[in-house]
Design a binder for this molecule. Structure first.
Ligand code: MTE
Ligand code: MO
Length: 359
């Protein structure tokens, strides 16, 4: 099969947001399972799938630069982690006034099993210089950028996808940052960053650089369109902040919005996750205002994994009911009722409201 046919096949079950570069949400059913099958995992790319020469250059302010191949990475200790990834733009469509950017509904979130080498081990071998402050991750993808530049002097005609992390975070064994080469037991697919990508647990997925080509230790913080231009919360009333950890959020996966259900007991189900988690409580409301009832919350199956919750609803009265679910995490963060508006539309974790008709 030609590459294009394979790509088309891999993309066919998703809900397309943009064709080129390809961006797509997961179908709602994808959120029911514990692990999202690869063909149902959302895709977010700023540029077309690039060619990649199969090498990873590790350099910058290090004593021991190296060029690694997939075989080199596979020869290192193997770690597999289930990680929930959410795009920072997920839920943007519900913000008012509507921000610019990809019109994501609520399904730019998925959970896959990622297998790879640990970033901190790769960096230990490279031996970062004492004056290192950040680590820069460059993808092989580049091209002209369709969003208005936020950094005025950037050349929009050929930008490369680059992100950075604090060196202290990148070298922290407890952070479990992966250079992943497998997703759900298969080599990475083109849309998900083949041949290898970063996976940064707990962070909004923008940190998880796909098609990884260069890792450089920096002695000055990185400045760039995808780090200090976009992916910044431009709050109207307080200092701007970079997009970082995923915000606490619950989703109702069953019933589907707008469905009609027969009168009786109905088990409402959903998922909940947080980058500052685990989630410690989910409450459900069946009216407006403050009538919250605790749901049954399953413990997490892993530290970076969304959690299942359920609620037995005595749906005995015919008519329309509003359903809301609200998560709280171990750090005490609770979902707000109103989307936390910021100019570029990131991090909308407002409480979901759906309606269901009982007959
Ligand atoms: N090289 C590269 N990495 C990237 C991106 C990109 O455009 N280029 N997009 C980021 C964003 S914004 C998201 S939400 C995730 C999406 O990962 P996925 O397509 O595997 O779901 O990849 C991140 N890594
Ligand atoms: Mo994203």
């Amino acid at each position: 099969m030609a590459v294009a046919d394979n790509l088309e096949q891999a993309r066919s079950a998703l809900r397309m947001i943009a064709e080129a570069p390809f961006n797509a949400e997961a179908p709602p059913e994808a959120l029911r399972g514990e692990i999202t099958p690869t063909e149902l995992h959302f895709v977010r790319s700023n540029f077309a799938v690039p060619a990649h020469d199969g090498t990873l250059e590790v350099g910058g302010a290090v004593e021991n630069p190296a060029t690694l191949t997939l075989d080199d990475l596979r020869a290192m200790p193997v770690v597999e982690l289930a990680v929930t990834l959410e795009c920072a733009g997920n839920g943007r469509l519900a913000m008012r006034p509507l921000p610019v950017g990809e019109p994501w509904g609520d399904y730019a979130v998925s959970t896959a099993r990622w297998k790879g080498a640990l970033l901190h081990e790769v960096l230990e071998r490279a031996r970062p210089a004492a004056d290192g402050v950040e680590v820069r991750f460059e993808g092989a993808d580049h091209g002209s950028y369709h969003l208005k530049p936020v950094i005025p002097e950037t050349d929009q005609s050929d930008l490369t996808f680059v992100r950075s992390l604090a060196l202290s975070h990148a070298i922290d064994p407890a952070a479990e940052i992966l250079i992943a080469y497998e997703m759900n037991g298969e080599p990475l697919s083109p849309d998900h960053g083949a041949p290898f990508r970063l996976i940064v647990p707990h962070w909004f997925a923008v940190a998880s650089v796909k098609w990884l080509r260069h890792i450089d230790v920096l002695t000055e913080p990185h400045v760039g369109e995808f780090q200090t231009g976009h992916y910044i919360y431009e709050w109207p009333d307080r200092p701007h902040e970079p997009v970082a950890l995923m915000r606490v959020r619950a989703r109702i996966t069953d019933p589907a919005p707008g469905t009609t259900i027969p009168a009786g007991t109905y088990t409402v189900r959903g998922k909940a996750w947080s980058g500052t988690g685990p989630v410690t409580q989910v409450d459900v409301s069946l009216t407006g205002e403050g009538d919250w009832h605790p749901a049954e919350l399953e413990p997490p199956n892993g530290p970076y994994h969304w959690q299942d919750w359920s609620f037995d609803w005595e749906a005995t009265t015919a008519g329309r009911s509003s359903l809301r679910a609200r998560a709280t995490d171990a750090a005490g963060n609770v979902q707000p009722e109103v989307p936390p508006w910021n100019r570029l539309g990131y991090g909308n974790n407002a409480v979901e409201v759906i309606y269901v008709d009982v007959r």
